[in-house]
Structure formats: C-alpha cells, structure tokens
Design a protein around this ligand. Sequence first.
Ligand code: SF4
Length: 330
Amino acid sequence: MKIGIPRALLYYYYFPFWKAFFEALDMEVVVSEETNKGILNKGIKESVSEICVPIKLYIGHAIQLLNKEIDYIFVPRMVSIQSGEYFCPKFMGLPDMLRHGVKGLEGKIITCQIKSDSDDISAPENYYPMAEVLGVTKEQIQVAASVAREQWIGFRMFNKSGFTAVEAMKMIQTNDSLEVLLNNQQSSKPVLRIGLIGYVYNIYDPFLNMNIIEKLRELNVDFITFDMLEEAQLQEKIKDMEKTLFWTFSNKLLGAGLRLFHEPTIDGIIHLTAFGCGPDSFMGKLFEFESDQTGVPFMSIRVDEHTGENHLQTRIEAFVDMLKRKKFIA
Ligand code: SF4
C-alpha cells in the first residue's frame, strides 16, 4: 500500500515518526514534492480565501500527491500534545476540510486522532482506528509505533542539538551527520546570533519564506529556533503566566521568544509569521512589549502568497545591519 504524506505543516516535526511507522507496517511512504508555485496555486484555488497560508499550502501538497498513485493520504487529526492544551482548530479540522472540501480527495484520506500529554505521540491507541483500513493488527501497530518512536527521538536529538529540522531529518535518514555538518559550516565565525521564531512549517519551507535560513547564513548570522530548545526551556517563562495562548505550538513559540529576549547571547529576534494566522497576531504583540522592556531589537516578517523576495532580502539586510551597528559601534 502507498501512503502519501504532504510536505507541509507538521511534516517538519513528525515526519520521521510517521515515515518509520508506515514503513514498519510494510507500507511505501510517498512525500509530496518541495513547495513550488504550482503547489501553492493549487492550494489557493481549492481553499477558502480567508484561511492561513500554511493550510492553503497543505491543501496544495495533498492535491499534488494525487499524481503519485497513492492509495491514501495520511492526514492526522492533531488534537493535543499537552495536558489541558489543544492544537489550533485548523489542525483539528484538517481531515474534514480535505475530505469534504477538496475535489478529488474524497475516499483518499486516512486519519486518526492524535492525543498525548507530551510531544511523544507514539501511544499505539492513537493509531488503532487505522488498523482495519491498513489491513494490520493492533499488535503490528504496537511494534510499528515503538520503532517509529526510536526514529523520532533520534531526529529530535539532532534538532535539539542545534540542527534545523530539515538537517536533522537528513541525518537520521542517511546516517551522515558529517556531510550535513560540512554543508553548514559558515565561512567564518558568525557575527550575530538571533532568535528565529516561527512555526516549523513557516521557518523550514524555503519556498514560503524565500529561504530565510540561507539568507541569514549568507549574512554570517547564527540563529536558534524554538524546536532547538528543550521543553523545560520553552515552559520556563510561560509556566507561571496567568493566561497563555491556548494553542500548544503557539505556546512553544511564545515560551521560546520570551526566553530568548532574556538570553545574553541573542542580538535580536525575528518573528516569522504567515498571513491569516490568528494566534500569531497575539504573539507578535507580546513580543513587541518584551522588546520594549528588554531593549532587544525585534522584527516581524509576515509572508503571504504574494511576498516578493527583494522585499524580504532588504528587510533582513537592514535588520542585520542595525544589529551590527548596535553591537559593534554603539
Ligand atoms: S497556528 Fe496559525 S498558521 Fe498555524 S494553522 Fe493555525 S492559523 Fe494557520
């Protein structure tokens, strides 16, 4: 059986788990191509216009998988990975949105509910509802979930040691950490270090963000993202807040941002957000307050389906220039 996985949304956080899971069940895993204009345009065409860009992209990726002779597209219903917190509602409604809202996807979606009290989503009960469609037993699912958990832990270990999620995936897939290390070597010691705060699907999709990671590296700027931090570090600044942001990944970003504003090695913070994201509009304001209080420079970059690359390049260069002047001249 061929299972398609869209290269979007939590692909950049859970793909190593899902790939290992389906492969352990003797399924072939097919991933949609890297985001391109065609995928984005298809997603825009099939989505309601007011929805956020990452969901439009996800829809485009799911449609793209239809060309790859897949049997099913795996679209999990992400409900919760933290006790008392939930995913953004768009994640919870994703399987229905695709199944009932996108022509050609009826009958192609396989789903299950993911509920956990931590990032570890390996509890086999999550996946039992798919057993009949996949033609496997509960015992096989238990074994596959355990194999997948090991892969995912390896991936997160590399990610938390400072590699991007994309690099960490490559490292566990090829066992070639040296090649990734050599590719990432900057020509000289980074002159600045910034916090790059954004959801994994915004910071790691080079088409959506016009390759912000490469642009920063070319400017000799080191960066840290929320997924490079431990959960305890993400919780440190928000655990005593009277009210947080409701949605789990938004809270992870908020926790990372608030922590990095107080980190002496951080020269500035960039918040990368996508057009149409409700949770990010709150978070951006909180970061502005924190920047005012700490004096750490902050810039928000919002990407949408029309953002021009020159505009992004100019803003990043100007921000980096300002940080350099602040650090070395002021
Ligand atoms: S958190 Fe924001 S960007 Fe992510 S799915 Fe929800 S609305 Fe879209």
